[in-house]
Design a protein around this ligand. Structure first.
Ligand code: GDP
Length: 361
């Protein structure tokens, strides 16, 4: 499955956040036999629709979609020079599908900042500089050979042009993601086999004091700093307390700081979207469940997530939108009201589709 690597300077609250993430672990509840590495946190993507479906179908269990977060050992300045820890750090980032930077914005004088002052802008620049330098090194290694090759093979020329463009963007201090050359887009295609770090999607977690959670001007400023990446604002200490409370107490604590949902829930949602994922739903007496697919997946691809045989033998998908199912109250009523659609092989799945697949075995 796809993973999000968590990185950040020392003392910004990464461990605090990661511990909260692992306490929130849904694996133990839903996959009791799964073994999991200590640096991986599997977090459920909250979806209130699942609770409703569970009620409606009297399901025995409820299985949310999940996002995997990997705790990547602390970045050190000079990581891109590729020594010791630095090497391992870069290798771990290379294996991640998205990069989540934790940025310190809280001002606790008892917690030392590695650079002596709290400055989100400088910290972001420090981390991005290491990633950019690593990408520039990758490019410097391959570019001479590619250029030579392109003199003989004309079809290599567009690739050389793309790599040179990437190089000049990186030299200007910008990540490729920020410049619109994100993994999965057409512009990133010629760079694919270079496995550049900064084409990965980025997201930013600002670890803020409680006052900043409701400070819209402050948040707008940070958002502008990291766009087009998304920004999430949370207080890591508060999150670590929230996971210890039952639902009512947690809600009360959240409301006391002007929040609707835990920062971890927002992080799971945004992380899921950043990875280019979406869900569809299945419901029945055994379980109500959210299944993870790529955005834009077709009905047979969605069926394949449940079982490869479902994809191979795919005939049709019976789709009822969640809203219609809830309004009519049952599958039978939805069918009677003409709200159940039979969709074929070309159908592109939509968020909120409740699905039953028809297939040949
Ligand atoms: P890491 O080095 O990035 O993993 O940072 P830690 O999670 O170990 O946190 C470093 C220190 O900052 C610890 O003493 C935490 O208790 C403290 N800390 C973490 N998050 C917050 C926060 O939101 N507010 C305050 N005041 N302190 C925090």
């Amino acid at each position: 499955s796809l993973t999000i690597g968590i990185v950040g300077l020392p003392n910004v609250g990464k461990s605090t956040l990661f511990n909260a993430l692992t306490k929130n672990d849904v694996l133990a509840a839903n996959y009791p036999f799964a073994t999991i590495e200590p640096n991986v946190g599997v977090v459920g993507v909250p979806d209130p629709r699942l609770a409703k479906l569970t009620e409606l179908f009297d399901s025995q269990r409820t299985v949310p979609a999940t996002v995997d977060f990997v705790d990547i050992a602390g970045i050190v300045r000079g990581a891109s020079e590729g020594e010791g820890l630095g090497n391992k750090f870069l290798a771990n980032i290379r294996e991640s599908d998205a990069i989540c930077q934790v940025i310190r914005a809280f001002r606790d004088e008892n917690v030392v900042h590695v650079d002596g002052k709290v400055s989100p802008k400088d910290d972001i620049e420090t981390i991005n500089t290491e990633l950019i330098l690593a990408d520039l090194q990758t490019i410097e290694k391959v570019l001479p050979r590619l250029t030579k090759e392109s003199r003989i093979k004309k079809d290599v020329q567009p690739k050389v042009a793309a790599v040179e463009e990437a190089q000049s963007i990186l030299e200007s201090g910008q990540t490729l993601f920020a410049a619109g050359i994100a993994q999965g887009t057409e512009r990133a295609e010629p760079l694919h086999d270079l496995h550049l770090l900064t084409t990965k999607p980025f997201l930013y977690v600002f670890n803020v004091d409680e006052e900043e959670l409701t400070d819209d001007a402050f948040k707008a400023e940070q958002r502008a700093l990291v766009a087009p990446a998304e920004a999430i604002f949370l207080n890591a200490k508060l999150e670590s307390e929230l996971v210890e409370l039952d639902d009512d107490e947690a809600l009360e604590l959240l409301q006391s700081v002007g929040q609707q949902e835990p920062g971890l829930a927002t992080l799971a949602h945004v992380g899921f979207r950043t990875l280019g994922l979406q869900t569809y739903l299945t419901a029945g007496p055994k379980e109500s469940r959210a299944w993870t697919i790529k955005q834009g997946a077709t009905a047979p691809e969605a069926a394949g997530v449940i079982h490869t045989d479902f994809q191979k033998g795919f005939i049709k998908a019976e789709v009822i939108s969640y809203d219609d199912l809830l309004a009519t109250g049952s599958v039978a009523e939805a069918r009677a009201a003409g709200k159940a659609r039979m969709e074929g092989k070309e159908y592109v799945m939509k968020d909120g589709d409740v699905v039953e697949f028809r297939f040949n075995v």
